[in-house]
Design a protein around this ligand. Structure first.
Ligand SMILES: Cc1ncc(COP(=O)(O)O)c(C=O)c1O
Length: 463
């Protein structure tokens, strides 16, 4: 055993983000309107600032990180790479397990990596106020924090069930000066329409996105834009700093490459952030197993079709080519709020289509069990989303033990769970149940997309 923690110095922080869109074997299909025609940059202009729209559409492999953004990232980056040797010992595995610790940011997760970048680009463009949605509350906190650094106003629509489960996330947002409302709310047409139909709905990220987009585009000052915490190309781009740092740190640890790379995936951003630099190695011939983990209650990658769908419930966003359960899908109120999104990022979806990554779904009970094992070996209490990655890490480490193979497993420790203790309390009290999506519900939900344009590689007749 050499070291436990592998720390880069400030001058080693990556100076460019990695854009996988330039390297995918098949070019990405564009976002389109309901008429099937590609979306043009000016159509997105009421929603996002033009500098981020350009990034969204860019095919440049490397994009320079502005110095002022690096300066904000220094508040918690470079983030540690840590060897989970106590878990290894507990599992009696020959595998070497490393995790990239993104829980060290002010908001407690990877989300500030893109929040500070998005807030900065908006400010450069003259924007004064940002609106957004939040599922777990991590993204809302991250944007609230970033807006406070840059002097922007911030309005957050927080999915109802998380709002009720995690009241202190709202308080954190307020401490950073943001305004947080439970979604669906009475503040938007989209929210009012849903509340009329389903007054007791737990809400969903799809609904909260509709509200936040509406709040941005209907603002008469023209100085409000919308910011998204996952899914879009530019968000995933900003997160690649995770994998770029991890590559350097694995070298410090004396490892040539990981054999397995794992991350939980809600919209895909922490997974992609860690994995995309390694997907690039895989495209160039390296043998690496790369696994995004979703919740079995929201299994878009393992059960949904790859097709065009809206990013939100009220159909305000462009149609994106992605794995989806249908934009009207409302997942059960599990505690991993950040995994309750109906679709998967187009870039991650394309990697699945290309066979570069292989998704798996895990049930919440197994994930809490794994999280408790983690806490009792490595010490920290993971976010419920992160526990999905840990469940897979434990499976892979056991597999290495059975095969007698010295594998290197790398995963994204996307956030801490110190504000998610209500879920742990239920688990420890035996009040959580196994939960997966019944086929009948999936079929019902997919009806909402059956008349939408199809993405090219979709196998017709699959569902
Ligand atoms: C700690 C944590 N991990 C993972 C996720 C999932 O999001 P993404 O797939 O964009 O990384 C979230 C989302 O809120 C989160 O809070």
């Amino acid at each position: 055993m050499k070291n436990k923690r592998f720390l880069l110095s400030e001058e080693d922080i990556p100076r460019q983000w990695y854009n996988i869109a330039s390297d995918l074997p098949t070019p990405m299909q564009p976002p389109i309107g309901p008429d099937g025609k590609p979306i043009t940059p000016d159509m997105l202009a009421p929603v996002f600032p033009m500098n981020l729209i350009e990034q969204e559409m860019s095919r440049e492999r490397w994009i320079a990180i502005p110095e002022e953004i690096i300066d904000m990232l220094y508040m918690w980056r470079p983030a540690p790479l840590v060897r989970a040797d106590r878990l290894e010992k507990y599992l009696k595995t020959p595998a070497r397990i490393y995790y990239k610790d993104e829980s060290v940011s002010p908001a407690g997760s990877h989300k500030p990596n893109t929040a500070v970048a998005q807030a900065w680009y908006n400010k450069q463009f003259g924007i004064k106020r940002l609106t957004t949605e939040t599922g777990a509350g991590q993204w809302g906190c991250a944007l609230a924090f970033a807006c406070s650094l840059l002097g922007l106003e911030c309005k957050v629509f927080m999915v109802r069930i998380s709002f009720d489960q995690k009241p202190f996330r709202k308080t954190m947002m307020q401490v950073w000066g943001a305004n947080c409302t439970a979604s669906p709310s009475n503040e938007t047409n989209a929210g009012r329409a849903i509340l009329k139909k389903m007054p007791d709905t737990p809400g969903s990220l799809g609904i909260a996105i509709s509200e936040a987009v509406e709040a941005a585009v209907t603002d008469k000052t023209g100085k409000t834009r919308y910011a998204l915490g996952s899914v879009l190309n530019h968000v995933l781009l900003h997160q690649t700093i995770i994998g770029l740092e991890a590559k350097k740190q694995l070298k410090m640890a004396g490892e040539k490459r990981p054999d397995v790379v794992i991350g939980c995936a809600g919209g895909g951003s922490n997974f992609a952030g860690l994995a995309f630099p390694f997907v690039n190695d895989k495209i160039n011939g390296e043998k690496i197993e790369i696994i995004p983990i979703e919740s079995s209650t929201c299994p878009k990658m393992t059960k949904g079709p790859f097709t065009y769908d809206f990013g939100d419930t009220a159909q305000m966003t462009p149609l994106l080519p992605m794995y989806t359960l249908g934009h009207s899908f409302i997942p059960p109120p599990i505690h991993a709020g950040g995994l309750r999104y109906h679709g998967m990022a187009p870039l991650v979806s394309q990697c699945i289509v290309e066979g570069l990554i292989t998704p798996r779904a895990y049930d919440q009970l197994k994930c809490y069990e794994s999280a408790v094992t983690w806490a009792r070996t490595e010490g920290t209490i993971p976010a419920p989303e992160t526990s999905h990655a840990i469940a897979c890490v434990i499976d892979e480490a056991k597999k290495a033990r059975e095969e007698g193979k010295e594998k290197v497993i790398l995963f994204s420790y996307s956030g801490h769970g110190l504000l998610d203790l209500a879920g742990y309390e239920k688990y420890l009290g035996g009040k959580l149940e196994e939960c997966s999506l019944p086929d009948s519900e999936l079929c019902e939900s997919l009806k909402s997309i059956k008349d939408l344009p199809k993405a090219k590689t979709q196998k017709t007749g699959k569902w």
